[in-house]
Design a protein. Structure first.
Length: 54
């Protein structure tokens, strides 16, 4: 079971940048380059979903 204050459930911040999608949280940092994004879909003008390669 993930810890309430652990890396899985902790708060994250996302940034859309020229080099890709940055994910930052207390214990780690990730960068997903645009090369891994397979599809971008907007829903009802409110949500944006990004499909990422596995």
């Amino acid at each position: 079971m993930p810890k309430k204050d652990g890396i899985i459930l902790e708060s994250k911040e996302y940034e859309i940048a020229s080099e890709g999608i940055k994910e930052t949280y207390q214990h780690a940092y990730s960068l997903y380059s645009w090369a891994v994004v397979e599809q971008v879909k907007e829903i009802n003008g409110q949500f944006i979903f990004l499909w990422i390669k596995h």
